[in-house]
Ligand binder design. Sequence first.
Ligand code: COS
Length: 392
Amino acid sequence: MFSLELTEEQRLIQQTAREFAETEIEPTAIERDVTGEFPYEIVHKLGELGFMGMMVSPEWGGSGLDTISYVLALVEISKADASVGVIMSVNNSLACWPIEAYGTQDQKERYLRDLATGRKLGAFCLSEPEAGSDATRQHTMAVHGDGGWILNGTKNWITNGTTADVYVVFAQTDRSKGHRGITAFLIERGTEGFVPGKKEDKLGIRSSDTCSIGLTNVFVPDANVLGDIGEGFRIAMNTLNGGRIGIAAQAVGIAEAAFQAALTYSQQRKTFGKPICEHQAIQMKLADMSVKLEAARLLLLKAAWLRDQGERYIKAASHAKLFASRAAVELALEAIQIHGGYGYVREYKVERYLRDAKITEIYEGTSEIQHVIIARELLREVGYTAPQPVSS
Ligand code: COS
C-alpha cells in the first residue's frame, strides 16, 4: 500500500541532502548563476556522499537505494540550486540507469563503477537539431565497419555536454526499420571526431553545462554497443520514464524554494501598517502555492513508489513531471509577485527560481509530450484499439 511515512533510512538521506545543500550548495548558487561556472567541487562531494549513483547496486559502487530516497535527495539539492540538481539527475537517471539495466559486465566494469561513485560524469545524447519531441526521427547514422561502428551526426541540448566522461549516444543503424533501427552506444570523451560545442548561454540552470555535440566519423567498437542492435529507442524511452521522475523532483525542489522564500518574506515585509502575510490577497496566494506544492510532492512520491514496487509507472512519471514543472513555474511567478520589486532582482533569488523552473517544462519531454504519454496510457488502460481503416 502507498504510504506517506518515510523509513528511517529515507529520512536520513533527506536530512543529509538538506544539510549538504544548505551549507555547501545554496551559499554560492547566486554566484554560479552569474558566472555560469560548473560546480566541479560540489559534484565531487556529491559523489563522496553516494548521491551520483544512488540507485546503482553497491556491487557497482552505487548506494543501492530506492527511487523514493533518490527523489528526496534530489528535491533538497534542487531547492538549493537546480543546476546542481540536473547534473545529479542526468548522471543518476540517464547515464547510470541505462548502463546498469542494459550494459554488459565489461561495460559496467569500465564505466558504471566510476559514474556511480562520481569519479566520472555521464551524459545522454538523444535530441538532435531536428529530433526533439519526435525522437524516433534520428538523423545521426551509425554504419558498421571493421570491429565497430562509424557515427556521423549532431546531438543537441546535451546536459553535462562538455564536462562528461561517458556519453550514452543514440543513432540510426537501420533506417528502413524506423524506431526499431535505432541503437545505443557508449562513447568516451576525447574519442576522435566526437566534439562538444560551446556551452550554451541559457535563461536558467546556468551553471549546468549544455551544448551540442558534433560526430564526424566517430569510431565506436562493437564492445560499446549498449543493449542489442535496434534496441536503442526502447532503451531511450525506458530511461526517460525514470528520468522524468528526476525532473519532477527537480521541479518540486524549485517550487519548495519559491514557496519558502515567499512565506518568509511575507512575514517581514510591511504594507499598510502590517506584515503582508496578514493581507488576504497574500494569504490567498500562499494557500494556493502550498496546495500546488503538496500536490506536486505527492505525485512525485507516488511515481517513485510505483517504480520501487516494480509496477508500471509511465503515466505516474508523466503526471508528476507535468504537474510539478507547471507548479514550479507558477510558484516562482507568485513568489516574485509577493516580493514585488525585490522579486525582480537577483539578490532575492526568486527570479532565478522562475528562470530555472521553465526548463522543467521542456526537457526530458515537453509538457505537450507528457500530455501525449498520459493520454496514450489512459487509452491503453481501457484496452482501446484504433479502428482499422475501411478498405474500399
Ligand atoms: N516507455 C516505454 N516504451 C515506449 C514509451 C515509453 N514511455 N513510449 C513509446 N514507447 C515504445 C512504444 O511502445 C513503441 O514500441 P514498439 O517498438 O514495440 O512499437 C515504440 O516506443 C515507438 O513508440 P511510438 O510509435 O508510440 O512512437 P512515437 O514516435 O509516436 O513517439 C513519444 C512516442 C512521443 C511518446 C516519444 O517519441 C517521446 O517520448 N518523445 C519525447 C522524447 C523526449 O523526451 N525528448 C527529450 C530528449 S531528452 S532531453
